[in-house]
Design a protein around this ligand. Structure first.
Ligand code: 5AD
Ligand code: SF4
Length: 443
């Protein structure tokens, strides 16, 4: 989401003469787009500001200016505190106010010493004020369809930093998708903090859920070969969406569905509103609809009061599902969230041990999943040149990175490939059809 927001910030500033700089040294303005999800991410902001302060001083010594801005969720959460702690920061804004960037920049340019904090949740919709045209994002693009979250998991800052759930209208999403594919994108990842809670205004009135939206994009957006969506909540995995996995060919057979824990006691304390068995039922339904689907998840270890038994339940769930990949984190206490006040915080060394155990298991599953693809033929979307000359790099339907010796003209197209080798974190392939699937679709 932050990558997408950064692209949109550049879009909103482009008509005002700003172009992206290669790095901070020559920049007239530096925007840090920040993440508040865990303490480590939030801390990085201050060390980064420390580095920028020196660059700003050098530029000012040479008679030039450098505006330093902090955007994103740390800006949202710590607005005035950042201004007080870091005197080199000129402005702070949150994820819902970046459409006002030109106005903020103008005010700062006009009067030396002006400092701005804009972290109100605005009445107007940011998306109504962003340019329709967006800079090209390349073969694989992001598109935000939903923002915010009403779930209030007890560990999570998102409902406070991103605000309540909001879905964009189907027509606006379709228009943005068309402009992305016209600019060369072949894959679109639909984004939202709780993307499958999507309930946007339909073209003929009423509301559509995510399953219906995906069908509409698949049917009406030219040259859209692949659709993905992230991040989902198990509670919102409805039958229409699961069915779409079974019969929309453009919807890729890979799903990131965070479960966080396999212990019902911890799931309840996290306010996840489902049990481990509920999660398993969803996985079964998904696999019935699309037997080859690759699954990914997020896990938190060391949530307050997590016992050895709770952690063993998480490992059991992981064994039962068998994931294609997963992200795992040590619980990080976040200010203002209900769990942060718990007196039963888990010791850091226990969190470290659990994280290592969990990651070892998931890694073994990832390697095993990759090996199930050896020798198979599958479509690969090539996105860029590979690391070695003569190589191109892309992704399998299951999100695995794939390398092949092939001409550069295949970049931006889907080609049929045979997987020849399974490496640690990627697959090697040979091209089966020089004629690409994209070209055939046009014929
Ligand atoms: N501590 C650790 N991990 C967290 N996440 C969210 N909040 C916290 C926290 N306080 C993880 C969850 C979520 C992912 C985006 O980040 O696993 O799914
Ligand atoms: Fe955070 Fe996701 Fe829970 Fe919402 S559903 S509170 S974004 S972890």
């Amino acid at each position: 989401m932050n990558v997408y927001d950064s692209v949109r910030m550049a879009d909103v500033l482009a008509p005002h003469g700003f172009v992206s700089a290669d790095g901070p040294v020559d920049a007239d303005m530096v925007i840090l787009n920040t993440c508040h999800i865990r303490e480590k991410a939030a801390e990085k902001v201050y060390s980064e500001i420390g580095r920028l302060r020196l660059l700003k001083r050098d530029r000012e010594a040479a008679g030039e200016r450098m505006i330093i801005a902090v955007g994103g969720c740390v800006g949202q959460a710590e607005g005035a505190e950042i201004i007080a702690r870091a005197d080199c920061v000129d402005m702070v804004f949150g994820p819902q106010t970046y459409h006002r960037l030109p106005e903020m920049v103008t005010r700062i340019m006009r009067k030396a010493g002006t400092r701005i904090v804009d972290t109100e949740f605005p009445e107007e919709d940011k998306f109504d004020h962003l340019p329709e045209e967006s800079a090209a994002q390349g073969t694989s693009a992001f598109l935000s369809i939903q923002e915010g979250c009403d779930k209030f998991c007890t560990f999570c800052v998102v409902p406070y930093t991103r605000g309540t759930e909001q879905s964009r209208p189907v027509a606006a999403i379709t228009a943005e998708a068309r402009s992305l594919t016209a600019a060369g994108s072949r894959e679109i990842t639909l984004l939202g903090q709780n993307v499958n809670a999507y309930h946007g205004e339909a073209p003929q009135g009423g509301e559509w859920g995510l399953g219906r939206l995906i069908r509409h994009l698949a049917d009406t957006v030219p040259d859209l070969e692949r659709i993905r969506y992230t991040t989902s909540h198990p509670r919102d995995m409805d039958d229409a969406l699961i069915e779409a996995h079974g019969d929309v060919p453009q919807l890729m057979p890979f799903l990131h569905l965070p479960v966080q824990s396999g212990s019902d006691r911890i799931l309840a304390a996290m306010n996840r509103q489902h049990t481990a068995a509920d999660y398993m039922r969803i996985i079964d339904k998904l696999r019935s609809a699309r037997p080859d689907i690759g699954l990914s998840s997020d896990f938190i270890v060391g949530f307050p009061d997590e016992s050895n038994q709770d952690f063993a339940d998480t490992l059991r769930l992981i064994r039962e599902v068998s994931f294609a990949q997963a992200y795992s984190f040590k619980y990080s206490s976040r200010p203002g969230t209900p769990a942060s006040g718990s007196e039963y915080q888990v010791e850091e060394s226990i969190k470290d041990d659990r994280l290592a155990t969990l990651q070892q298991l998931v890694h073994a599953q990832q390697v095993a999943f990759n090996h199930t693809k050896a020798g198979l033929t599958m479509p690969v979307l090539f996105e860029r040149k590979g690391r070695r000359p003569g190589q191109v790099q892309g992704r399998s339907p299951y999100m695995q990175p794939v390398h092949a010796e092939a001409p550069e003209r295949l970049i931006g197209t889907v080609a049929t490939c045979r997987i020849t080798d399974v490496l640690n974190n990627s697959l090697r392939a040979e091209i089966v059809t020089a004629e690409t699937v994209s070209e055939r679709a046009d014929a």
